[in-house]
Write a protein that binds this ligand. Structure first.
Ligand SMILES: Nc1ncnc2c1ncn2[C@@H]1O[C@H](COP(=O)(O)OP(=O)(O)OP(=O)(O)O)[C@@H](O)[C@H]1O
Length: 805
């Protein structure tokens, strides 16, 4: 925060047109103002701060005096003497919202206290319940005022920029008030019902929603869905919603991007809505949350929250939805949980919060829905232990009921212990009463389990990694209904799948070539290791492709920022068309719904068939089309073959007995791509240079950890540390001392050498790639001039990835 001093203002009064401003300002008196009420302007942040962790932005303000009285700091700003005067000269002070014009006396109370020179503002609640009625403007009055403001001639708005910002702020504030049901601080949350009912009615648009009618949803829910422009339910929504609404436990399977979130989200919100209305009518207090939704990753949890909030935007009243995830402040999450209606959580953090605070457990004990999204993934990465604890805790009866002796004041310890043992035994014998519905969703359930689910036979787990193990641990009220929206295909309908065979050491080159041959270059690249993400991101950046990393080693804010930057298509800002590349580990494989991802590249063959399904499912979502490309080295051919056979049940595994693995991989769903090797060869020089630069930078960062560096490099490439491939690669070094020598060279590369490599690469990138336009046809033309142009574009005919026919 920077605060420009009075001096600046005085300067501005000096001459000509500014005299008018001086007159206007003389009508205004500087008074103490709340820090939130000032008209802060966002400052453009230099790129050097892009990677600064936890640094979100900078704002500045002018025309404000900072006055320190003892430990108290006050911000003195020009406040209009009276509203009448302001309207008279047509200039409003940009720092105040006219809906919340604070009276000077009120403002004077809003002191800002300091300690250790840290300035903290005392915040005013968004709406003061006790505020006199006349401070709140009736809707008509607001509308009338907006109309008048629109009709005002332009010359009557001297401070146009400030007014525009003010109007935008107000618009944003109104939007937030309507859509963000999460209170900044639950303690400050006023009556949500009253608040939402006061909001202006959004303009209705005619949308044919007849296809939703058979699902038996309330009219307000259908009207809210209409606002999302979802004119018909997806298959999983049509099949699962009626079962859930009828009170059944449900296990739902549907391909990636087919709308599973709303398949459980709509009935959960619908249930909350009708319970909230009943409570309101009967003037009852709510008792805890309605639903607990468990998600395997933090990003997915945030996304589910956003998705449900978007659904609730159009409702007359909305539930308070909160997410409880690692990497965020625990205390804040505890406070939010006290008032939450729908909780979306990752199991680790949920258990941490739940096990340390009885009131949290109490607020969740009576939930009506327990939802497990991407349920099969919950079993992996050791997070199931916490999920299991959560299930047990939800089923356990409240402590007080077990502990009657304590209530009665019985101090006989022996007797008490005996009683406790007995009650524990009873507890074990008695099936706990479960009032909640359990809903489980994923795109991947193994075949065996599917058959069991369809045949309604009992679950019998063979290992703790087995989905049946999870199902055994869940206290279903009844045999769950199995809803399978795609019994034949696992992959999304509009997905094209391709496979590129390449040398183990050529993956970087083929990755770049694949990206260059795909027109939008808006892609998600999956790797099997964190270190590969760390290596590939700068490599692609060196090649002028805006790449953003995402892996579990990053702090949560950085993870979310990478997704936001990718979503915001920051590539466009860097003048590289629509290009934006998210380089990620499998942490991004599940559930992420990022618009306009056209291409998924598996840099490493995924370890499990399910991972292939989920990774590929980041494209071709809803009704969009997309492409998934697998880069396969010779050593990966066998696992790839297995994977294809698993994913595509009717894969035509044409052995051909030719010993050619490529042919075996051809299936009905996945085609090998004959990438134009001539084009690839032309890209090699760029990639080699970019790689050298990235390696040198990484080697310098790694410092003395020489062996580590080489081992990590080998791991990234999926080859052995002492392998022939690594030796053959030359640029990575060879065995023994030669290897070390190469490594040292990279570390010791001087600044000058690095700069000249960069210059050479820049030069290459500034030219188009001539893919075979013969110079014979270019007689009389300046070839170098023709090759200039937008970087990365080809001169001549290029076939693309060839999956479109
Ligand atoms: N009825 C609908 N009509 C059109 N689009 C929809 C509908 N329902 C959901 N969508 C959109 O489809 C996209 C995918 O939905 P969602 O993320 O719920 O898929 P999913 O099945 O959970 O995918 P995944 O298995 O990858 O988690 C979202 O952008 C969502 O807004």
């Amino acid at each position: 925060m920077t605060v420009d001093k009075k001096r600046k203002n005085t300067k501005a009064h000096a001459s000509g047109p500014k005299r008018r401003k001086t007159q206007q300002q003389s009508k205004q008196t500087k008074r103490p103002v709340s820090v939130d009420a000032l008209a802060w302007k966002t400052v453009d942040i230099p790129e050097m701060f892009d990677d600064a962790e936890g640094f979100f932005g900078l704002e500045e303000i002018t025309g404000v005096d900072v006055v320190k009285e003892g430990d108290v700091v006050k911000f003195m700003a020009a406040v209009p003497k009276s509203k009448a005067e302001v309207e008279d000269d047509g200039e409003e002070f940009g720092g105040f919202d006219d809906e919340e014009t604070p009276k000077p006396a009120e403002n004077a109370d809003q002191e800002v206290s300091t300690s250790d020179s840290k300035v903290e503002a005392v915040k005013t609640p968004a709406k003061d319940k006790k505020a006199p009625k006349d401070q709140k403007k009736p809707k008509e009055q607001q509308k009338e005022q907006q109309k008048q403001q629109k009709q005002q001639p332009k010359k009557e708005q001297p401070n146009k920029a400030a007014n525009k910002k003010n109007a935008e702020d107000k618009k944003k504030a109104r939007k937030n008030e309507k859509t963000t049901v999460e209170p900044k601080d639950p303690e400050l949350e006023t009556d949500l019902f009253t608040k939402l009912e006061e909001l202006p009615e959004p303009e209705e648009e005619e949308v044919d929603m007849s296809e939703w009618v058979p699902l038996d949803l309330s009219p307000r829910m259908i009207s809210s869905i209409a606002k999302l422009k979802f004119t018909k339910p997806t298959v999983i929504q049509s099949k699962a919603i009626p079962e859930i609404m009828a009170g059944h436990d449900v296990i739902g399977k549907a391909s990636t991007g087919s709308g599973k979130t709303l398949a459980f989200g709509i009935p959960v919100v619908e249930s909350w809505l009708s319970a909230a209305e009943t409570r309101k009518q009967n003037k009852e207090e709510k008792k805890g949350a309605t639903a607990l939704i468990l998600s395997p990753t933090r990003e997915l949890a945030q996304q589910i929250r956003d998705h449900l909030q978007a659904l609730c935007k159009g409702l007359p009243m909305a539930p308070y939805i909160c997410s409880v995830l690692g990497g965020m402040a625990v205390q804040k999450q505890k406070r939010q949980l006290q008032v939450a209606d729908i909780v979306i959580a990752t199991p680790g953090r949920m258990w941490e919060v739940m096990s340390s605070d009885n009131s949290v457990l109490a607020s969740l004990r009576n939930i009506s829905f327990l939802v497990l999204d991407e349920a099969d993934r919950l079993l992996k990465d050791g997070s199931f232990k916490e999920a299991e604890e959560i299930f047990k805790a939800l089923d356990r009866p409240p402590v007080e009921e077990n502990n009657e002796d304590q209530k009665m004041g019985n101090t006989d310890e022996e007797g008490q212990e005996e009683e406790e043992e007995e009650s524990e035994e009873e507890e074990e014998e008695e099936e706990p009463v479960n009032k909640r519905q359990t809903l489980i969703f994923s795109a991947t359930f193994n075949k065996n389990l599917q058959q069991k689910l369809a045949g309604k036979s009992k679950f019998k787990a063979t290992s703790t990694q087995d989905m049946e193990y999870l199902l055994q641990k869940l206290n279903f009220r009844e045999t769950p209904k199995f809803v399978d929206a795609n019994p034949v295909h696992q992959m999304a309908e509009n997905l094209k799948e391709g496979l590129i065979m390449c040398g183990d050491m050529e993956k970087d080159l083929y990755l770049y070539a694949t990206l260059m041959l795909q027109p939008t270059r808006r892609a998600l690249v999956f790797t099997n290791s964190v270190n590969s993400v760390r290596r590939l991101t700068p490599l692609l950046e060196n090649l002028n492709l805006p790449a953003f990393p995402l892996h579990s080693g990053m702090i949560q804010q950085a993870r979310l920022r990478s997704i936001d930057r990718f979503k915001a298509n920051e590539g466009a800002k860097k003048k590289n068309g629509s290009a934006a590349i998210l380089v990620a580990t499998d942490v991004a494989a599940r559930g992420l719904d990022i618009p306009e991802v056209d291409l998924v590249i598996h840099y490493h063959v995924p370890r499990a068939a399910e991972d292939y399904v989920h990774r590929s499912g980041r494209t071709a979502r809803a009704s969009n089309s997309g492409t998934s490309i697998l880069l396969c080295g010779p050593k990966e051919a066998v696992p790839t073959q297995r994977l294809v056979a698993k994913v595509h049940a009717q894969a035509e595994v044409k052995a051909g007995n030719s010993g050619n693995n490529t042919k075996k991989l051809v299936s009905s769903g996945l085609r090998t791509i004959d990438i134009d090797r001539r084009v690839v060869a032309k890209l090699r020089e760029r990639v080699d240079l970019a790689k050298k630069i990235a390696d040198a930078v990484q080697a310098k960062t790694m410092g003395g950890k020489e062996d580590d560096w080489m081992k990590k490099a080998a791991e990234d490439l999926g080859v052995e540390y002492d392998s022939e491939e690594l030796e053959k690669a030359g640029k990575w070094g060879g065995k023994g001392s030669f290897k070390k020598q190469k490594q040292k060279e990279a570390q010791q590369m001087s600044k000058g050498e690095l700069a000249s490599l960069r210059a050479a690469l820049r030069d290459l990138l500034s030219k188009r790639i001539n893919t075979g336009v013969s110079e014979r046809y270019l007689t009389g033309l300046d070839v170098s001039e023709l090759l200039k142009g937008e970087q990365g574009l080809f001169l001549g005919q290029v076939d693309g990835l060839g999956l479109d026919d």
